[in-house]
Design a binder for this molecule. Structure first.
Ligand code: BGC
Length: 268
């Protein structure tokens, strides 16, 4: 059998041409880099955000300036009616949904000994319940329009790797691991693939405390075989690939982009 290279003959900017994507938590950190990446590759992008409309407007403007297409929707992924409204907004404006990127996530960095029910609910509602129903609503839309689609969940090395004093977060990402594996199998007959991207430590606001403490940062860098944290663009590049036809045979699994940290360190 001759191998087909789906990238052959395609200019970078038309790699995702005709595709419509939603990115949750899309106006900061990894989400913002994903929005930029997908728009640069030619997708029409819906930027979900919860706060800071100014950042979303700046991003829309920046994308418009190089001929890209995007618009912002304020929606809280822990609220099911907001999630439905978000997907409806994409379909109303752009006619379909091809790629659902569940990126929004929170962590409380609390020990199991003093995590409150409120901490627990906050993390699990955004990171797991929100992703479960987003996957359900997105898959329903993809199945009804036909032609398959992609659900890409931004997980973490901590879907597999304990992080003491961040138990609710690890629990949510561990749940996401099985959500992706199970939903990936279940949705495969419809051509809808479900994949996790598992970043390690990335230079985004979620890690400000570490980045602002030279001793902690040096300790972290020393534990990473590549010797440094990732830039958000290095995670977004993986999402760009997974959103494309080039990733047609990848489902129900996790692609880690962690600089090797899971293989070398007993957990931080
Ligand atoms: C967490 C970060 C942590 C990183 C590596 C991420 O999932 O959000 O706080 O630095 O994993 O441990």
């Amino acid at each position: 059998m001759t191998a087909v290279n789906p990238l052959a003959g395609k200019a970078l900017s038309s790699f995702l041409a005709g595709k419509v994507a939603i990115v949750t938590g899309g106006n900061s950190g990894i989400g913002k880099a994903i929005v930029e990446q997908l728009a640069q590759l030619g997708a029409k992008v819906v930027i979900d955000y919860r706060s800071n409309p100014e950042a979303t407007e700046d991003l829309e403007e920046q994308i418009g300036a190089y001929g890209g297409c995007s618009f912002g929707v304020q929606a809280d992924v822990s609220k099911l009616e907001d999630l439905q409204r978000l997907i409806q907004a994409a379909v109303t404006r752009y006619g379909r949904l091809d790629v659902m990127v569940n990126n929004a996530g929170v962590e409380t960095r609390t020990s199991i000994l003093d995590t409150t029910p409120e901490d627990y609910d906050k993390v699990l509602n955004v990171n797991l319940r929100g992703v479960f129903f987003s996957t359900q609503y997105a898959a329903r839309q993809m199945i009804s329009q036909g032609g398959g689609g992609r659900v890409i969940n931004i997980s973490s090395v901590h879907e597999d790797w304990p992080m003491p004093n961040n138990t609710p977060y690890c629990l949510s990402k561990g749940g996401m691991r099985m959500l992706t594996r199970t939903a990936g199998v279940e949705l495969a007959p419809h051509g809808v693939t479900v994949v996790n991207v598992g970043p390690g430590a990335v230079a985004t606001p979620i890690n400000d405390a570490t980045m602002n403490d030279p001793k902690l940062l040096a300790q972290l860098n020393a534990a990473i075989p590549l010797g440094r944290m990732a830039q958000p663009e290095e995670i977004a590049a993986v999402v760009g690939f997974l959103a494309s036809d080039a990733a047609s045979y990848i489902t129900a699994t996790t692609i880690f982009a962690d600089g090797g940290i899971m293989q070398s360190s007993p957990g931080l």
